[in-house]
Design a protein around this ligand. Structure first.
Ligand SMILES: NC(=O)C1=CN([C@@H]2O[C@H](COP(=O)(O)OP(=O)(O)OC[C@H]3O[C@@H](n4cnc5c(N)ncnc54)[C@H](O)[C@@H]3O)[C@@H](O)[C@H]2O)C=CC1
Ligand SMILES: O=C(O)CCC(=O)C(=O)O
Length: 423
């Protein structure tokens, strides 16, 4: 019986939806909102499950399961990426849509949160199979998405090519060109300068601000990054360019460590489109060993539940900045905070991506395109303000940075629900 309870508690700890609901509840309570606001915000307002038949290259038909969750549209249309991954679940997509609402609130965008996912392994699929899957997904969800309803974007194992197929499919269904349907597109199809690197730029700004608070110079600081995809690889590059020493990086297959600093430009050149690079090396360590390396700044930039109650006591970094969504469990958040480690939570640190996605959507809507410098300057302003708002909330209300970020992120949405008369 006791063992069962232990397993149950452990499962709950790794259930990203349950742990998000706990923090949302605490945030709303601290802000003085009644229970009915929590009842509304604890789950998405809409979740669509779709079955997508795809003709495979060998002539067979395979049926894929996909989801699109729309958390709350009181502030505006919902917005968030689409993930292609074998471990995608409905509960994960729901949690990811809630995190998108919080991110949009923290960087003050006129959106609510949405998120999508397809259970598949794109690494084992051909280019044409991926195109058919992407188009099939858009046909399946077309009724509930659109430039003024719900705007998808890239996430794990999806990229600008997939966004281009999705935009083309949506435009064909609607019978007019609809660049504002999706963001993260290639530049020639109405993509924005700076979207490709936006998530990593936003994380870099948060690292810089966090380092200032701790009196840590980025020059020579030892940085470890888990994940070498869109978020992790550009982040490693930006840290390297800022004079930091990137001593560890990883992908799904393992990790590389060099206490003298890795050759990031070489690794960037050699990584594939799925963020894989470690397979080229013989001397690797595990992802778990990577997280516990001696360093100043640790950046989980891969998947959920990587820093847990089990390994949190052994984390050596003094600053942890979450580029990934949900990499740290609630128990681990408490342990890191108690140990005096400055934790910059996902809903703040990774909000650079959706911020530049918003810029892309604005440019699509007005048909006038900005320079890279304009995008960067605007992103810088938004991220610095967001960091300071969350940091100040944590200080004045004496709460940890995750709860502070939720308090900042949930406020606008709760107010919008109230003004609309929903609660
Ligand atoms: N791409 C974007 O604009 C944004 C991404 N994020 C988050 O950042 C994280 C990474 O996303 P992207 O870089 O876009 O994905 P990606 O697909 O470009 O790269 C994912 C990286 O994580 C590694 N990985 C996958 N499974 C892993 C595992 N079980 N253990 C260790 N490493 C693993 C992959 O090998 C790859 O290096 C995700 O949590 C995503 O939701 C957050 C905000 C925006
Ligand atoms: O760019 C976007 O709209 C969303 C990016 C995303 O999925 C995320 O921040 O997790």
């Amino acid at each position: 019986m006791a063992a069962d309870k232990h397993t149950e508690e452990k499962e709950q700890q790794y259930d990203v939806l349950a742990s998000t609901q706990i923090v949302i509840h605490r945030a709303l309570e601290k802000l003085g909102y009644p229970e009915e606001v929590y009842e509304l915000l604890k789950e998405p307002i809409r979740v669509l499950t779709v079955r997508i038949p795809v003709r495979m290259d060998d002539g067979s038909v395979k049926i894929f399961t996909g989801y699109r969750a729309q958390h709350n549209d009181a502030v505006g249309p919902t917005k968030g990426g689409v993930r292609f991954h074998p471990d995608v679940t409905e509960r994960e997509v729901k949690a990811l849509s809630i995190w998108m609402s919080l991110k949009c609130g923290i960087v003050d965008l006129p959106y609510g949160g949405g998120k999508g996912g397809i259970v598949c392994d794109p690494r084992t699929m051909s280019f044409r199979e991926l195109e058919r899957l992407s188009r099939g997904y858009v046909r399946a969800i077309s009724q509930i998405v659109g430039p003024t309803k719900d705007i998808p974007a890239p996430d794990v194992f999806t990229n600008s090519q997939i966004m281009a197929w999705m935009m083309d499919e949506y435009s064909r269904i609607r019978e007019f060109d609809s660049p504002g349907f999706i963001t993260g597109k290639p530049l020639v199809l109405g993509g924005s300068h700076g979207r490709e690197t936006a998530t990593a730029k936003g994380v870099t700004i948060c690292i810089r601000e966090a380092a200032k608070k701790r009196g840590l110079s980025l020059k020579g600081a030892r940085v470890v990054v888990q994940g070498f995809g869109n978020a992790g690889s550009y982040l490693a590059k930006f840290m390297h360019d800022a004079g930091a020493k990137v001593v560890g990086i990883s992908d799904v297959y393992g990790a590389l460590y060099d206490p003298n600093g890795l050759d990031i430009d070489y690794l960037l050149e050699r990584r594939d489109s799925f963020g894989t690079v470690t397979k080229l090396f013989k001397n690797t360590i595990s992802n778990q060993e990577l997280l516990e390396l001696d360093c100043d700044i640790l950046v989980p930039a891969a998947i959920e539940n990587q820093i847990t109650a089990e390994n949190a006591p052994r984390i050596k970094a003094s600053i942890v900045v979450e580029a990934a969504n949900g990499p740290t469990t609630l128990e681990a958040t408490e342990i890191l905070t108690q140990r005096g480690i400055l934790l910059v939570p996902d809903v703040l640190a990774s909000a650079g991506g959706v911020t530049v996605s918003y810029f892309e959507w604005v440019q699509n809507n007005q048909g006038y395109y900005w320079t890279e410098e304009e995008v960067e300057q605007r992103l810088e302003k938004v991220m610095v303000k967001a960091f300071n708002n969350v940091y100040e909330m944590a200080q004045t209300r004496r709460v940890d940075m995750r709860l502070a970020a939720y308090m900042v992120g949930v406020r606008k949405m709760a107010e919008a629900c109230r003004f609309r008369g929903w609660v």
